[in-house]
Design a protein around this ligand. Structure first.
Ligand code: 6R9
Length: 648
């Protein structure tokens, strides 16, 4: 596929856009030359209790990295998402909810959402939650989950949302790390025609952590669950005891808003910390401009609220902008591959946003599902989470967008809070597979792996960012040193993204994927180290090494090399047992695709596993194993090649 396939913005997109090509160029330049002036101006999009006089105060200088934006400003996120809209759009729909079961739906207006958030906030207070306390949220895709997040923001509590697919062990680790004393959950979740035992998972997690005093349970399916007296309460009963009057807590712009755990290349998941003012300015601005959101439109992002995409582009960005945001409880393939398109038509969606893995899966199911639906209201399609292959981009454009919709491929990360590289619709021509150009205030740079700045336009290497933007994470919760070491130590003076990229002759960025030991499986981040430590926790496993390999639908699959304890016989049953074990330890997203028995792993004489070789074997690329002379025992490589797995 040529880089030169270029799509000009449609006449309709050019006519309606907030920002045209000339304005993009001019404002981008201003945002870099005068960040204080530019971001002070942008801050006016929010309601402040006290408008900031200090705008940017950041340094990437190792090891004194410090990031502050709007540091003397005072505001409340929930007031910005709710209260300020009541006078102008109190009766407008804020959230449309589409249930897993076709035919089930719901909606709330801004006024109703405001009331529900205030009531939930009072329930939190009545249960002892104070400003600064961490609140774990392990809930399904229901309106009450957005309510719970906003209720935390209203009283200044810091939420930590855990994706409903994570296991009890993963919950326990996250609850323990942030020291949260309260968990908000539901009896069960629904997904793809199945139920997910959320409360049961919380119970199992709590057998492993101390300090949790209260579990508040929202009724979703109504099936019976265990309630531990003195610890567990039903939300509905608590809500009946409080009123719906709860003034928003004035928060400093740099007060924490939430923690979200994400995988890195080493150790356990990190608690990415986002704060109040900069996050909301950046989240709401990117939501408005990268999707060219305009009043009255219905915006649908298919992510789960358990991920950053759900935080910024289901809840905070859209609601800060007074948008109508759609929350979908189900999955793209249930009951069949036309579900998303039925929902688009049913709720008259204007902007639709999903991940490449879903696009590839739906493409694989057959174009006829999308072709049956005209979806006349659709005008813009987003893609996020992993690199999109041009074939999937073109399919999306043709079969979903009917060659009429703009496509916005947005590159960003949990750490960045909002979009970083993405085409402004109506201003920037797109190339299938490229996230195109940086957002305001974002200065990407390409370095050689050794750290040399590539100054020429056409370049390839690792992607770093030169200076801070308001949505940037501020720290790793409870471990600032880990923050500094992870993102600022390898390439001094830059924020290291962990991604590789190419910049073409037009200055367009093409993200090529992670250059560290982070996997991207169906758009979900997973550290190889996490899967390895789950495997070695099994009593029959002595050693394990995990790498990614290209997977048609998931983007990357999980390939595991496992060395068993001496004398332990290998078998397909054990393979199945290990697969289930990893699912149980981490969650179904970590389920290994392949497990290869490896009597030995390729190690250097100093004992380091040579992952390069393991990756090549997993990729079936034996011609390019490179230098194996530093291996302690070169013979292990022949054994690995001879026993490569090609069926699960
Ligand atoms: C938002 C989100 C971040 C990693 C990131 C990169 C990959 C995300 C992408 C993309 C190519 C895009 N990624 N968007 N790669 N094109 N448009 O996904 O956050 O879960 O933290 O993942 O995802 O590798 O570094 P997160």
């Amino acid at each position: 596929m040529s880089d030169q396939l270029l799509f000009q913005p449609s006449a309709a997109a050019v006519a309606r856009t907030h920002i045209n090509a000339a304005q993009y160029a001019e404002l981008y330049e201003r945002s870099i030359k005068d960040p204080d002036g530019f971001w002070a101006e942008q801050a006016k999009r929010l309601d402040w209790i006290s408008f900031p006089t200090k705008i940017k105060n950041t340094t990437y200088e190792y090891p004194n990295v410090s990031i502050k934006w709007y540091e003397d400003g005072v505001l409340n996120v929930s007031a910005n998402c709710l209260d300020r809209h009541l006078a102008t759009r109190g009766d407008q729909t804020a959230i449309v909810w589409e249930g897993d079961v076709p035919g089930t739906d719901d909606k709330v207006t801004y006024r109703q959402l405001h009331e529900r958030v205030c009531r939930f906030a009072n329930v939190l207070k009545a249960n002892g939650v104070k400003k600064g306390d961490r609140v774990t949220i392990y809930m399904p895709m229901v309106i009450d989950t957005a309510v719970a997040m906003l209720a935390c923001a209203r009283i200044g509590a810091v939420h930590s949302v855990i994706f409903g697919g994570f296991s009890p062990d993963s919950i326990a680790g996250r609850v323990n790390d942030c020291g949260s004393k309260i968990i908000l959950t539901a009896d069960e979740g629904r997904r793809g025609g199945k139920t997910i035992a959320l409360k049961k998972n919380v119970d199992e997690a709590l057998a492993k952590v101390e300090g949790v005093e209260r579990v508040i349970v929202v009724k979703v399916t109504g099936n019976p669950v265990n309630m531990q007296a003195g610890r567990d309460v039903w939300y509905e009963e608590e809500a009946a005891k409080v009123d719906a009057d709860c003034p928003p807590e004035p928060m400093n712009a740099e007060d924490p808003l939430f923690i979200l755990y994400t995988s890195g290349s080493t150790g356990k998941p990190k608690g990415v910390l986002h704060t109040t003012g900069g996050y909301l300015v950046y989240g709401s601005l990117t939501h408005q401009l990268s999707f060219d959101y305009q009043d009255g439109e219905v915006f649908w992002c298919t992510a789960d609220v358990g991920w950053i995409t759900g935080h910024t582009y289901i809840v905070y960005g859209p609601l800060a902008n007074g948008a109508t945001t759609l929350m979908f409880e189900g999955i793209p393939s249930y009951p069949d591959a036309s579900r998303l398109w039925q929902v688009v038509e049913k709720h008259k969606v204007n902007i639709f946003h999903t991940a490449p893995t879903a696009i590839r899966a739906l493409m694989g199911a057959g174009s006829e599902f999308a072709d049956k639906h005209d979806m006349p209201t659709l005008r813009l399609l987003g893609t996020v989470g992993e690199p999109i292959n041009p074939e999937a981009w073109l399919w999306y454009h043709k079969h979903v967008g009917k060659e009429r919709c703009e496509i916005v491929d947005a590159w960003w990360q949990t750490e960045t809070g909002g979009h970083m590289i993405a085409p402004f619709p109506g201003a920037i021509p797109t190339k299938p597979g490229s996230a195109t150009k940086p957002f305001f205030g974002v200065q990407p740079a390409v370095l050689s792996p050794e750290g040399k700045l590539q100054e020429q336009t056409k370049a390839e290497g690792v992607l770093v960012i030169k200076d801070s933007w308001p949505g940037q994470m501020r720290s790793v919760y409870g471990d600032h040193e880990r923050f500094v070491e992870t993102y600022f130590s390898q390439y001094k003076g830059y924020y290291f993204t962990g991604d590789g990229c190419r910049r073409d002759e037009d200055g367009y960025y093409w993200i090529t994927g992670r250059v560290d030991d982070v996997l991207n499986v169906s758009g979900h981040r997973l550290g190889t180290a996490e899967v390895e430590s789950a495997l070695v926790a099994h009593p029959k496993v002595s050693e394990a090494a995990v790498v990614g390999f290209p997977h048609d639908i998931k983007g990357q699959g999980i390939y595991c090399y496992v060395t068993l304890m001496a004398g332990e016989p290998s078998s397909d049953d054990l393979r199945a047992e290990l697969r289930n074990w990893v699912r149980k330890e981490i969650g179904p997203i970590a389920s290994p695709d392949f497990i290869q028995w490896a009597p030995g792993l390729p190690k250097t004489r100093s004992g380091k596993i040579m992952r390069r070789i393991l990756r090549k074997v997993a990729e079936n690329d034996f011609g390019a194993l490179g230098d194996t002379s530093t291996l302690a025992d070169p013979a292990v490589v022949d054994d690995l090649i001879a026993n490569r797995q090609n069926k699960p």
